[in-house]
Design a protein around this ligand. Structure first.
Ligand SMILES: NC(=O)c1ccc[n+]([C@@H]2O[C@H](COP(=O)([O-])OP(=O)(O)OC[C@H]3O[C@@H](n4cnc5c(N)ncnc54)[C@H](O)[C@@H]3O)[C@@H](O)[C@H]2O)c1
Length: 434
């Protein structure tokens, strides 16, 4: 029998996000790599993936390991690549162990959540010849790639400042306050968990990294104290669009409701209950090494979802306005045909050079999740090798440089003082030095 030329892929973390990669390897990218093992502390979620495997492949069960057996899995299965889609704070340990075993790693963002995690990853990555890819899917979204192309082409000269506002709505934003993310120890808070995407985009667009960060952050809407101060109760007294019925969704039931008895993890905690240790309104100021300034805000209870970015340069300005959801309706409610009022979903990319009229820049593609980024990223990860003129494939230095901004912002928000990134003791991280 000829040896199987496909790479052997092991999965750690068999929750929601793993399915993007798992389905790709059972479908469009089945010739690139084959799943050989699953690892997770929750047997019900592992069973969900084994069912997917058997339905699609009709072949014997996939090997499965408890989280405590991760290194045993590496020893037994000899994967070429490990796909890390676990709870954020556990990424660094798995990444380091996999690299130490000589496995390539594909790791979901954020690469890690704290300074210890940064040091663990940097240390392992620098000692290993294996490749570590951080899956920054937003880079692949055509509109964000176009901004990179415009900046790299010096269409606005040297970038001097960036203004970036990201809005999470009362469905997607609220979800972070129902799940494990609500505990800062798990996610690093949204300035790490979510903003790692946004800080990475700015770092990538500018081909630079911040030297100094200041921030303020607060929990103003979600949580028991905020609801109480508005005279609102908690579930079950309340029955409103913020309650999520897992039983109404087959996939959510299979992944989480049926799995609750295994580990006690409740996927749909009340967003107005006690125990939330992350913020829902965040403001960050950063100065890049080249002198560019960043003003950034993240808001997690907006009535619509999308983002606005403006990049000012010595020769003009780029503006990117994205409305992903013009009107947010309660989970499970119909949204097709709904009157969205004066706001329309869509993307507007504008380039205006000094002394010239504004020009609308066409943005191609964009279907699918994360502005079309997921499908393009999968093709880059598993498809035939292709040129990467925009440098979209992100390595560990990119993963670290973006989480460091969030970690510094958290530190500044707590202390009230600006934080210099080179004083955080993580070393590196210029791609040229790696
Ligand atoms: N790039 C994106 O757009 C995007 C989108 C969604 C999720 N993600 C990332 O994917 C990762 C997983 O998120 P998710 O939405 O699938 O969450 P999830 O809760 O659905 O899945 C997380 C899984 O990790 C497992 N887990 C918990 N503790 C573990 C441990 N100690 N060791 C191993 N596994 C452990 C859980 O049992 C669960 O199966 C996160 O890091 C998240 O940031 C990225």
């Amino acid at each position: 029998l000829a040896p199987d030329p496909r790479r052997r892929a092991a999965f750690v973390g068999t929750g929601h996000r793993a399915e993007l990669y798992f389905a790709a390897l059972l479908g469009d990218h089945a010739d690139a790599a084959v799943p050989v093992a699953l690892c997770d502390p929750n047997p019900t979620r592992i069973a969900y993936y084994r069912r997917l495997w058997q339905t699609r492949r009709g072949s014997p069960s996939l090997a499965a390991y408890d989280a405590a057996q991760f290194t045993a899995m590496l020893d037994d299965q000899h994967p070429d690549v490990v796909i890390v889609t676990t709870v954020d704070h556990t990424h660094a340990g798995y990444v380091a162990a996999a690299l130490e075993h000589g496995c390539d790693v594909i790791c979901e963002k954020p690469l890690t959540t704290d300074l210890d995690g940064c040091r663990t990853v940097v240390d392992a990555a620098e000692r290993s010849a294996a490749e570590l890819i951080v899956t920054f899917n937003y880079r692949y979204s055509p509109r964000n790639s176009k901004v990179k192309e415009l900046v790299a082409g010096e269409s606005i000269g040297t970038v001097t400042s960036v203004h970036f506002e990201w809005l999470l709505d009362t469905v997607h934003g609220a979800d972070y306050f129902r799940r494990w993310h609500r505990d800062r120890a798990n996610s690093g808070g949204l300035l790490v968990h979510k903003s790692t995407h946004h800080f990475d985009l700015v770092n990538w667009w500018l081909d630079d990294r911040p030297e100094s960060v200041s921030a303020h952050a607060a929990l103003r809407f979600y949580g028991a104290a905020n609801a109480g101060s508005r005279g609102e109760g908690t579930v079950p007294d309340r029955d409103d669009p913020f309650t999520l019925d897992l039983a109404a969704d087959e996939r959510l039931s299979a992944l989480y409701l049926d799995a609750e008895a295994d580990d006690g993890y409740v996927r749909n905690a009340d967003v107005f209950s006690e125990g939330i240790t992350i913020d829902d309104n965040m403001a960050v100021l950063a100065r890049y090494r080249t002198g560019a300034l960043l003003t950034y805000s993240l808001h997690a209870h907006a009535p619509w979802e999308g983002y606005r970015v403006a990049l000012n340069g010595t020769a003009g300005r780029i503006e990117l306005d994205v409305v992903e959801r013009a009107l947010t309706v309660p989970p499970g409610a119909r949204c097709d045909g709904v009157d969205t009022g004066s706001r329309e979903a869509g993307t507007r990319l504008t380039l205006q050079r000094h002394w010239a009229p504004a020009a609308r820049v066409p943005v191609g593609g964009g279907d699918g999740d994360h502005g079309g980024g997921d499908a393009l990223m999968l093709a880059d990860l598993f498809g035939p090798p292709s040129a990467d003129p925009l440098g979209r494939r992100a390595g560990y230095h990119d993963g670290i440089n973006s989480v460091l901004v969030g970690i510094a912002a958290n530190e500044s928000a707590a202390s009230g003082q600006p934080v210099r990134l080179d004083e955080l003791g993580v070393g590196v991280l210029d791609p040229a030095n790696v």
